[in-house]
Design a protein around this ligand. Structure first.
Ligand code: PLP
Length: 404
């Protein structure tokens, strides 16, 4: 069993700023909560008993460490060495459970009774409902009415796990509205409720906390590469970004290592030059969204534009402040993959490696085509989740090809 370090290796100051991004912009009623959360996090993240509980749940319940798999045929195709970090093999099918376990354990230690969370595609809702069941806590998941219609299997999963799914009718009934509703609910019940945020977004200390819980991904990559390739760092780490948690987790232990190229892949949707995109780093503006200053899809007047991507996990108008900072300073290279490129990459992985990726992860795979590699490069792609939830989309767009 791995004892994960969880150290703070982030370029964050005491006010939660990563360069010009971050901070904690919350209503007054939540200021005390945020302070209490930060104090509890700092205490327990250094507590050996808490850490052992985290380590053993990740091992026995989630199924970590996840394999670092050498994708032989993809490697041949791109003329280099491609490894997939198999976060798709985690319990509940994606990386989100790593963070949900960490925050769930923290909520329990803080004596909270109820977990609340927002969800778009339902993946984070399922992870949170799972952890609530595991730890014997009440659970309410806020979800846009439109998303509830689109993601019925995940809604049924959450209900079977004992969670109440609260429909949010405001706005266009998607993720951004669900976040607002969850923040509202937290304001109404600040004492007995823990808000479990699913990505490296939101007011400080959430982005730091989520990044440190997800850092298990790059810690394992280091150890696994040492064994497989004789050196504990790759030349490239490639990850898709919605709010930025799987990317942050996969980058974490390499942020200060200049030998490693970090590549974040945004969802271009129907193209960055259209209004139907989710590429907040490429076409966004700095402003405050959901508690922190970051890059946001918005117009000149500061109105937030709806995000669009074929993948509902990347369909978010913001991005975590750490990634906004790493992109602004040039440490992270940002690429964009659009809907069609992601679909094509998903089909390629399915046919060449026998793995059906989540649509989100397919954006990271699609970026390989835009890059060029040396034969002895080591390229790690973070395969953030599995594609079962996306079968309807895959079949509808590729219907004539699949089954022919
Ligand atoms: C939610 C999700 C994402 C996007 O969220 P990040 O916080 O950017 O990682 C990516 N992949 C999968 C499989 C997801 O479920």
């Amino acid at each position: 069993m791995i004892h994960y370090p969880l150290d703070n290796l982030l370029p964050v100051d005491e006010n939660g700023y990563y360069g010009e991004f971050g901070g904690a912009f919350v209503p007054e009623v939540l200021e005390r909560n945020i302070k209490e959360l930060e104090a509890a996090f700092r205490e327990y993240v250094n507590d050996e008993i808490f850490r052992k509980e985290f380590d053993s749940l990740l091992h026995d319940y989630v199924g970590r460490p996840t394999p670092l798999y050498r994708a032989e045929r993809l490697s041949w195709l791109y003329g280099t060495n491609i490894y997939l970090k198999r976060e798709d093999l985690n319990h509940t099918g994606a990386h989100k459970i790593n963070n949900a376990i960490g925050q769930g354990l923290l909520a329990k230690r803080m004596g909270k009774r109820r977990l609340i969370a927002e969800t778009g595609a339902g993946q984070h809702g399922v992870a949170t409902a799972t952890v609530a069941a595991l730890l014997g806590m009440e659970c309410q998941i806020y979800m846009g009415a439109e998303d509830i219609r689109r993601q019925n299997p995940n809604v049924m999963r959450m209900r079977m796990l004992g969670a109440e799914v609260v429909s949010v009718d405001a706005g266009n009934g998607t993720l951004s509205n669900a976040v607002d509703a969850a923040l509202d609910a937290w304001c109404r019940n600040p004492d007995d409720t823990f808000y479990l945020i699913g990505s490296a977004v939101g007011p400080h200390p959430y982005p730091e906390m989520v990044s440190r819980f997800q850092s298990v991904i790059s810690y394992e990559i280091k150890k696994q590469l040492e064994r497989i390739a004789g050196r504990d760092y790759p030349d490239y780490v490639v990850a898709c970004i919605g709010g930025g948690s799987n990317a942050t987790g996969a980058f974490y232990h390499f942020i200060d290592d200049d030998r490693v190229n970090l590549v974040a892949v945004e969802a271009g949707g129907k193209g960055c030059d259209t209004s139907e995109t989710a590429a907040s780093l490429t076409v966004g503006r700095p402003m405050v969204l959901h508690g922190s200053k970051t890059m946001v899809l918005s117009d000149e007047k500061g109105n937030i534009n709806e995000a669009y991507s074929i993948s509902s996990g990347l369909d978010y108008p913001g991005i975590g402040p750490l990634l906004a900072h790493l992109a602004a300073t040039g440490r992270v290279k940002v690429l964009v993959a659009d809907d069609d490129q992601a679909l094509e990459a998903a089909m390629l992985l399915a046919e060449s490696e026998g793995i059906i990726p989540a649509l989100e992860s397919s954006h990271a795979l699609a970026a390989l085509k835009q890059m060029s590699f040396q034969p002895d490069d080591i390229v790690v792609v973070n395969l953030s989740g599995r594609g079962d939830k996306d079968m309807e989309t895959y079949l509808s767009v590729a219907g004539t090809k699949v089954g022919s």
